[in-house]
Design a protein around this ligand. Structure first.
Ligand SMILES: O=P(O)(O)OC[C@H]1O[C@](O)(CO)[C@@H](O)[C@@H]1O
Length: 433
């Protein structure tokens, strides 16, 4: 990926960051890079994620997937980083696949039932993914899916792959039923695991090129250096950090390709769960170009000066011509292409923000294929790790998510948790219809 931070400079935007400030910040980037390199060299928790392009073994994944490689549909049962990385890849490349990839990463009963009732379970594979193996939503959904297969007379053990940690309920289940299983790599938090079996099992079942994904990531890894001016990922991580320090507390991720909508959701977890600590962190907003030009752009251009917009330009998409029209006002569209229109709208929107002094950064891809996607995933992970070093937070843990888990467990009779008691003590001020 390439990064253009020109529209984030103080000469263009407010808040903005001056070139001098970036030069000074680059000294901290150099120190951070040294820390990152050391963490990678020692396979330290979290930093190990940046080693995945050379650690992940596509042959091991292909071998585990082999029994269900012919599936017409793939049900991935996982949540957060155990679903979003895989979904980013298969949603981005869906046009290249004959396999329907569905991600059960919520416990909405009507939604789950709708999928289970319409799918031909004989030709559906189950991809259960959980690093801990104890995530309530994932285990609950797996039990429901397994029961649906049994009710349909389909042997779920013939259709299931498990990706989980060394130990835990899912590992025990996999061992007990001798299921094909893969390991969530040690030292890799879920939101950083897209380039491991966690993200690549689904890609393999859907017939995507694992080597190209990993090659794109490896090429991005090669760019990691001691200066933000030599490394697109660090340029992004440092610029977003600097803008947050100057008041841009929101980062709207706006990919200009329908196929990258799920990528924005993946980025939101990566950014929020990594940097949202100690009262610090920048809020990711998920948006989509061109669609949200008719939805959120008004706020981005004329609302509070508390936002950065990150555009992802997909590069050349296969175009489709717009027929000529006799509608006078629209005749300029006839004979052009939808891709041309999308590109023009992207450039016009980027310029409209710059004209209003609103900071924005451009991430440039050369198409949406496995190689570019691998580079984008890796680049954003590296940008997040760098930003975490600059914020001085613990990038790789997420303690704040545990309170609600305990409260939920207590509410369902899974133990005595003071968090559950606190739920009952809610302050209410109800305004009823
Ligand atoms: O892979 P697991 O252990 O099921 O966790 C799923 C997700 O839940 C979290 O632990 C947050 O609760 C995320 O960090 C993680 O991606």
């Amino acid at each position: 990926m390439n990064v253009d931070i020109g529209n984030a400079l103080a000469s263009v935007a407010s808040p903005g960051v001056s070139k001098d400030s970036l030069e000074r910040l680059d000294e901290h980037v150099a120190d951070a890079h040294e820390r990152i390199e050391g963490g990678m060299a020692n396979a330290e928790h979290g930093y190990e994620a940046l080693n995945l392009p050379r650690r992940t073994d596509p042959d091991e994944i292909r071998s585990a997937v082999e029994p269900v490689a012919d599936a017409d549909a793939l049900l991935t049962v996982g949540i957060g980083g155990s679903a979003l990385g895989a979904a980013t890849i298969t949603d981005a490349l869906a046009d290249e696949s004959d396999t329907e990839a569905i991600y059960l990463d919520n416990v909405d009963p009507e939604w789950i039932t709708g999928h289970l009732e319409r799918l031909d379970l004989e030709n559906t594979a189950i991809n259960v993914v959980s690093r801990s193996g104890t995530t309530a939503e994932t285990l609950a959904n797996f039990l429901v899916v397994r029961e649906a297969f049994e009710s349909a007379g389909v042997d779920w053990t013939e259709r299931t792959i498990v990706t989980t940690g060394e130990a835990g309920p899912l590992r025990e289940l996999s061992d007990r039923h001798d299921l094909p299983s893969l390991k969530v790599p040690d030292g890799v938090p879920g939101r950083f695991s897209a380039l491991s079996a966690v993200g690549l099992v689904a890609a393999e079942v859907c017939g995507h090129d694992l080597e190209a994904l990993l090659e794109g990531a490896a090429a991005e890894a090669e760019t990691l250096s001691g200066s933000l001016f030599d490394c697109p990922a660090y340029a992004y991580g440092a610029t977003t950090y600097a803008l947050d320090q100057r008041g841009a507390g929101v980062n709207a991720m706006v990919p200009y390709a329908e196929s990258l909508e799920t990528y924005a959701e993946w980025f939101a977890q990566l950014w929020a769960e990594s940097l949202g600590k100690d009262d610090l962190g920048q809020t990711p907003a998920r948006a989509l170009g061109v669609t949200d030009q008719h939805s959120q752009l008004q706020l981005y251009r004329a609302g509070p000066r508390d936002k950065l917009v990150t555009f992802v330009s997909p590069g050349d998409l296969e175009d489709r011509e717009i027929p000529e029209t006799d509608v006078e006002d629209l005749s300029y569209l006839g004979g052009t292409g939808l891709g041309e229109l999308l590109e023009a709208e992207f450039e016009a929107t980027e310029a409209s923000l710059a004209a209003a002094g609103r900071p924005n950064v451009r991430i440039e891809l050369e198409g949406v294929d496995e190689y570019e996607l691998g580079g984008l995933l890796y680049g954003m992970e590296a940008a997040t790790v760098l930003a975490g070093e600059l914020y001085g937070v613990n990038t790789f843990e997420q303690p704040a998510v545990e309170w609600a888990k305990k409260a939920t467990r207590g509410l369902l009779g899974g133990g005595d948790f003071e968090e559950a008691d606190a739920v009952a003590e809610k302050t209410a001020l109800r305004i009823e219809r």
